[in-house]
Design a protein around this ligand. Structure first.
Ligand code: FAD
Length: 339
């Protein structure tokens, strides 16, 4: 995966904002049309909601896959785009969009990043999903972020042999508890209510598994010199001290358009309005995936793939007037990226 240096300026044909499934596929489709791309994502790894919320879950409704684990789908997408060498700018937030000096000469747009980096692109595909998502937290957790406290579980193996405390009562909390139980030294779920919001079947599995469940309980403090060592929990009038090298706060995310709200885009119900070619109201700026809206849109991974293909091919047509809208077939030996 080709990454770029913080603060550096990058020039490409297409800037993709968002490395979820729609953004990754947009980069592939742009590459297939001979366009270079850079993919910006605020998260430290590609995959969007899939990587952040359900990397270990099987997805059953992606065309061509009877079942595919979230992480595997993203790995395959990264591999699919790799022949076209998209540049990944991960852990970096796209802050503003401004027109380049001479759009006809290819200057197009400049996407400025929060860390001072800039991506100059002739076209932009916004694939920002739910927009900026900020994890909900609890008092006392922030000082241990990255030092034992996390808001999702990118790699289960990291928790091998650890005492893990998971806070929350939704699907993510229960799914991670079930996934970690076989490899962690201990797993404790702390939830402030008696009833769990998670799927009933998963909750039953959790109670049957080797998982300690503390319902009607709250985390009151984290302690440790440098790294997290213990978590204090108030449960049924008792104060418990749990050894913990990891705490996963699965409390959900606060989402919003974030900086995109100031980009001059036409927004409807916190989503970017597009036409049938996935064009926004700004020239050569497209929106695809869950961030975009049009009448009858269905928020599914497979729908985002189609939108990404539509946007990338329209961008190719606009950037190379006289070219065809429809791409060549990938089965054609002259065009197949892996041939
Ligand atoms: P996302 O996956 O949301 O990715 C958007 C990316 O944009 C994020 O990584 C975000 O960090 C980044 N971003 C946003 N703003 C900025 C910015 N300013 N700068 C930089 N980066 C930015 N769908 C299915 O089809 N089948 C399923 O079985 C299924 N199961 C699901 C289970 C769960 C628990 C959840 C939560 C969702 C599920 N979905 C499922 C929905 C599916 O995950 C989404 O439809 C899909 O992820 C949308 O993809 P996307 O690429 O549009 O956006």
């Amino acid at each position: 995966m080709e990454t770029t240096v913080v603060g550096a300026e990058t020039s490409v044909d297409v800037a993709v904002v968002g490395a979820g499934p729609a953004g990754l596929y947009a980069a592939y489709c742009a590459g297939f049309r001979g366009l270079s791309s850079a993919i910006v994502d605020a998260l430290p790894e590609p995959g969007g909601q899939i990587a952040a919320l359900y990397p270990e879950k099987k997805i059953y409704d992606v065309a061509g896959h009877a079942a595919v684990r979230g992480r595997e789908l993203i790995d395959q997408q990264v591999a699919q785009a790799a022949p076209f060498r998209p540049r990944y700018l991960l852990g970096r937030t796209a802050a503003s969009l401004t027109p380049g000096e001479d759009r006809d000469q290819g200057a197009g747009w400049t996407v400025a990043l929060e860390d001072g980096g800039r991506v100059r692109a002739r076209a932009v595909v916004i694939a920002a999903g739910l927009g900026r998502s900020v994890p909900r937290t609890l008092p006392g957790l922030r000082p241990y972020e990255g030092r034992g406290v996390a808001y999702h579980v990118p790699r289960l193996e990291e928790h091998q042999g650890r005492d893990v405390v998971i806070v929350g009562g939704g699907d993510s909390a229960v799914d991670w508890a079930l996934a970690l139980a076989p490899l962690a030294r201990s797993v404790t779920v702390v939830h402030r209510r008696t009833a769990f919001r998670a799927h009933e079947h998963s909750v039953k599995q959790m109670y049957a598994a080797d998982i300690r469940v503390l319902a009607e309980a709250q985390v009151t403090a984290c302690t440790g010199a440098g790294r997290l060592e213990e978590v204090r929990v108030s449960s049924g009038g008792e104060e418990l001290t749990l050894p913990a090298q990891a705490l996963v706060a699965a409390l959900g995310f606060i989402t919003g358009l974030g900086p995109l709200a100031d980009w001059g885009l036409r927004v409807e119900n916190r989503q970017i309005a597009v036409d049938r070619a996935m064009r926004t109201n700004l020239p050569r700026v497209y929106a695809v995936g869950d961030i975009c809206t049009y009448p009858g849109r269905v928020p599914l991974i497979s729908v985002g793939f189609g939108e990404a293909a539509t946007a990338a091919n329209h961008a190719a047509l606009e950037l190379r007037p006289g070219s065809r809208l429809a791409p060549a077939h990938s089965t054609d030996p002259d065009t197949a990226p892996l041939s």
